[in-house]
Design a protein around this ligand. Structure first.
Ligand code: E4P
Length: 218
């Protein structure tokens, strides 16, 4: 399972990409607004930093609007993936854009049926939202597992991006459930590095090394 970062914050993207652990970026209108950025400027800046898929979401709700926005976002950079919501109009736009060779990430997936429809429309990625399902007492990771099983059973070559990830256990569970990618907020990515035994292990190695150096009179 690969990691994408789920943010439009340029400093966070630069830092995480510098760690060598992320291979793409997802944004959405809320994240772009939170970063206080113009959508196209932000996407271009992100594409300059990250050599991998960068999802940029359309705002229109009608198919013509989504197609127009999608074409214009895709023209910004070859790595742009157009993010389109799971609606009938969205799937109409997805089928047109994918036929033109534009990669589409269908977002706001909350059921296996929606994932199947997105695949039929030509999506390159589906984004099931784990945390938002958990928030309403449903099983977000169960959804990832169901979609992965169905895609495997029917040889559907669409990548599953586990989205709305809230904590490191979601990351582990998404990997076990068969997600191809987890798109994670910066804070969750940071937490994934941490383990108290790693910290104490480093302290002990350094203390032993210092002791040996002093013992040798160096
Ligand atoms: C996915 O691509 C979305 O940007 C994101 O994961 C939504 O997560 P949230 O539920 O934390 O807003």
């Amino acid at each position: 399972m690969r990691f994408f970062i789920d943010t439009a914050d340029i400093d966070q993207i630069r830092t995480a990409y510098g760690w060598g652990v992320i291979s793409g970026v997802t944004t959405n209108p809320s994240l772009i607004a939170k970063a206080g950025r113009d959508l196209k400027e932000a996407i271009l800046e992100i594409c300059d930093i990250v050599d991998g898929p960068v999802s940029a979401e359309v705002i229109s709700l009608d198919r013509e609007g989504m197609i127009e926005e999608g074409r214009s976002l895709a023209a910004l950079h070859p790595n742009v993936v157009v993010k389109i919501p799971m609606t009938p109009e969205g799937m109409a736009a997805t089928s047109v854009l994918s036929a033109e060779g534009i990669d589409v990430n269908v977002t706001l997936i909350f059921s296996p049926q929606q994932a199947l429809l997105a695949a039929q429309a030509g999506a390159a990625y589906v984004s099931p939202f784990v945390g938002r399902l958990d928030d309403i007492g449903e099983d977000g990771i169960g959804l990832i597992s169901d979609i992965a099983s169905i895609f495997n059973l029917h040889d559907i070559p669409v990548e599953i991006i586990a989205a709305s990830i809230r904590h490191p256990k979601h990351v582990m569970d998404a990997a076990l459930a068969g997600a191809d990618i987890a798109t994670v907020p910066f804070g969750v990515l940071e937490k994934c590095f941490k383990h108290p035994l790693t910290d104490s292990g480093i302290e002990r190695f350094l203390a032993d090394w210092e002791g040996a150096v002093r013992g040798n009179g160096r």
